[in-house]
Design a protein around this ligand. Structure first.
Ligand SMILES: [Zn+2]
Length: 79
């Protein structure tokens, strides 16, 4: 069973929780204040996404969201 990291938006404490993948997106109760905490985005995921985007489509990444149509500006595709 994978371990996920969560950060509490109420008291800012971070904790790890082992739970099924199917429940990874659900809020987890904070061990300190018992408030529901959202899952923390791991540094590994952010790094992997950044390196992949930079190597495959640097222009689309800089423009922001036109990688599907290949345009450098969103005004051309009406997105
Ligand atoms: Zn908390």
């Amino acid at each position: 069973m994978p371990i996920y990291e969560y950060v509490c938006s109420n008291c800012a404490c971070q904790f790890e929780l082992m739970r099924p993948f199917s429940r990874s997106g659900e809020a987890a109760p904070c061990p300190k204040c018992k408030k529901p905490s959202s899952r923390k985005i791991s540094a590994f995921a952010a790094f992997a996404k950044g390196s992949d985007g930079g190597s495959t489509a640097p222009i689309a990444g800089a423009g922001g969201g036109c990688s599907s149509c290949g345009a450098s500006s969103c005004s051309t595709c009406g997105h």
